[in-house]
Design a binder for this molecule. Structure first.
Ligand code: ZN
Length: 318
């Protein structure tokens, strides 16, 4: 590959990859009717081109000004205005919103109330805080179209929302399922592990056939969500088995008074035992499943959540 010591990874399944990008480095496609998606192959955002203007859903900086190009291209082809009038934030993370300020100061920004709090905290000029916020649900109506925003608790981030397009057979929900790929480190860098594990079932409880998940280069299907759920369920079962099977005592005896060395040796052994069969099972099924550190750190996060959130964390001293 690129250097002599580059690891030999399994080939990426063709099904994990999206359409080819144009010369500018983006692809824009129709999801359904006047709802479109834009990708640079790694990040995905979306927009609705209505008779009254364009509603943008996320603005990843990696796509950046190509969002503008994609909007102009579609608006010209469809004969609708190319003015972006609204921006909806899926969550506060900069990698999905850092191009928000490219679309002018007078657009209406909408997000969860926690997104506003976090963006004010982070104080980044690239991501102006939303003016319209909501706690549980919000209905956005623009140009004769309707979008239902809902917050069902923390998961990947405290403020991550479900964006349902009932007239477009589509759900947008970012950074939990990566279509065709494993989550990256630590349950896709998630803050609330039980919330992360429960979120795909909430996504599937909505009616839709198109799923905009934010990564990588293609839209997702209900089958993609089901494969992701199976991967997470296998990690959970494997972590339970390993926690029960690995005897911690020898590690703590060997560690002597360095208790943290005992913790490390014990938890490394549990993590390795739990992750290995999952890595083997999903290599060739989910892209990058053989980047072992991803499944190991996700397994570690889930294993710790099983102990600390669900309990018991260990036996009660007699
Ligand atoms: Zn995120």
């Amino acid at each position: 590959m690129t250097s002599p010591d580059w690891p030999e990874y399994a080939p990426i399944p063709q099904s994990a990859l999206g359409p080819a990008l144009n010369d500018q480095g983006y692809y824009v496609g129709r999801v359904e009717r006047n709802l479109y998606w834009v990708t640079d192959g790694i990040y995905i955002s979306a927009f609705m081109a209505t008779r009254d203007g364009v509603v943008l859903f996320d603005a990843p900086p990696s796509i950046g000004n190509n969002i503008r190009r994609a909007v102009d291209e579609i608006a010209a082809a469809e004969g609708v205005p190319n003015t972006v009038t609204h921006l909806v934030y899926s969550h506060h993370h900069d990698d999905h919103s850092g191009a928000a300020s490219l679309f002018g100061g007078d657009i209406v920004r909408i997000g969860h109330e926690e997104t506003r709090r976090l963006l004010l905290r982070d104080n980044s000029p690239a991501r102006p805080a939303p003016d319209i916020t909501f706690a549980d649900t919000y209905t956005l109506e623009v140009g004769g179209e309707r979008v239902e925003l809902a917050w069902h608790g923390p998961n990947h981030s405290p403020d991550n929302i479900y964006i349902h397009f009932p007239g477009h057979d589509t759900l947008m929900f970012i950074d939990v399922v990566n279509a065709g790929w494993v989550p990256i480190y630590n349950t896709n860098l998630s803050e609330d592990v039980p919330g992360y594990m429960a979120a795909p079932a909430i996504a599937l409880s909505y009616p839709w056939n198109h799923f905009i998940c934010g990564h990588l280069g293609r839209l997702a299907t209900r089958d993609d969500v089901a494969v992701h759920q199976a991967y997470i369920a296998d990690i959970e079962a494997s972590a339970q088995e390993a926690l029960a099977a690995v005897n911690p005592v020898p590690f703590y005896v060997a560690a002597g008074e360095n208790f943290w060395a005992g913790v490390k040796a014990h938890l490394d052994a549990v993590t390795e035992r739990a992750a290995a069969p999952v890595i083997a099972k999903y290599t060739g099924v989910l892209a990058a499943a053989d980047i072992e550190v991803f499944t190991r750190t996700t397994t570690f996060a889930i294993m710790q959540s099983l102990r600390l959130d669900r309990g018991p964390s260990g036996p009660v001293h007699p």
